[in-house]
Design a binder for this molecule. Structure first.
Ligand SMILES: Nc1ncnc2c1ncn2[C@@H]1O[C@H](COP(=O)(O)OP(=O)(O)O)[C@@H](O)[C@H]1O
Ligand SMILES: [Mg+2]
Length: 285
């Protein structure tokens, strides 16, 4: 089974969707079959990755609604579920591997409320759904909404790893710390004891006095979780929000490549540590 990683920070505008979009291409070098799940009703990642996905009649909310409502242990239901997933999936990038997307739309916001009536069982069901959908892929990346809520926590509960993007301001750092203090301990305790923080990504970096000062706060808060690669605020990356489509070769391009390499190395190290832990009879976290 492949690796599942969620990108989360309930502070909006730190670059969750931008990172999903830009990093996924560089991660293809290590994980040739990638799935992106857009769990944000704002659907920015869907919009950036595939215009076609916007047009589709079947999206992530349909998949979640069906999977939560029907018992997927029943073979007939599972068949229907698989067909729904197939209809919802769009292959967006085929060069050097493939990036598939299950897109979202505003309908996801209504479905989220509708599914809340299932109380805590919904969390277990969504874990089951995410893990089933991600089976054929080397890596699944889940983009999440800028809020601490059912969709964000379900994505985290189903994941092997969490990536926490921040920018060097105190509110973004607080947003990432809230995830580490609230959602991750709950996931560990009730849903997913093997969940790990893969790292904290500094995005939107500018070499200003204020950001240099905040860097120290981030280093104190996150220590070795901070990735060495820092993504600068760049006009080319920012332009994506208005033009969409691929960014040209640029300094940020290189930074995304380096970050993808660091992410891959951390996953390799972690997998190695886990195997050693299991061999010695104690699982590491
Ligand atoms: N490295 C960057 N350089 C320039 N603009 C960026 C960068 N990262 C993100 N942005 C811009 O910042 C805004 C918020 O990013 P977004 O990815 O939508 O954040 P989030 O998903 O966390 O809410 C977008 O307009 C995006 O284009
Ligand atoms: Mg976003």
């Amino acid at each position: 089974m492949g690796i599942i990683t969620t990108i989360a920070n309930h502070k909006g505008g730190v670059g969750k969707s931008t990172l999903v979009y830009n990093l996924s291409r560089y991660l293809l070098k290590y994980y040739p079959k990638i799935l992106v799940l857009d769990f944000d009703p704002q659907a920015n990642t869907t919009w950036w990755l595939s215009e076609y996905a916007n047009e589709l009649n079947v999206k992530i909310h349909d998949v979640l609604r069906y999977g939560v409502t029907y018992d997927l242990q029943d073979a007939e239901n599972l068949d229907k579920f698989d067909t729904l997933v197939q209809y919802a999936t769009v292959e967006t990038v085929k060069k050097d591997g493939s990036i598939s997307l299950i897109g979202s739309s505003l309908d996801l916001a209504a479905t989220k409320l509708e599914l809340s009536k299932y109380d805590s069982i919904v969390y277990f069901k969504i874990i089951e759904i995410i893990r089933k959908i991600s089976e054929p892929y080397d890596l699944t990346i889940i983009d999440t909404p800028p809020s601490i809520e059912m969709l964000t926590s379900s994505a985290i509960n189903a994941s092997d790893y969490v990536l926490l993007p921040i920018q060097l301001d105190l509110l973004a750092i607080k947003g990432a710390m809230d995830i580490t203090k609230i959602l991750i301990p709950t996931a560990h305790r009730y849903y997913n004891p093997n969940l790990r923080i893969l790292g904290v990504i500094v995005n939107l970096h500018r070499d200003t006095k204020a950001q240099r000062a905040t860097k120290k706060t981030a280093a104190d808060a996150f220590g070795h979780y901070l990735f060495n690669t820092i993504i600068s605020r760049s006009e080319k990356v920012g332009r994506l929000a208005t033009t969409k489509g691929s960014i040209d070769k640029s300094k940020s391009d290189n930074q995304f490549g380096l970050l993808a390499e660091e992410i891959h190395n951390r996953i390799l190290e972690d997998t190695k540590r886990s195997k050693e832990g299991v061999q010695h009879g104690n699982k590491t976290r």
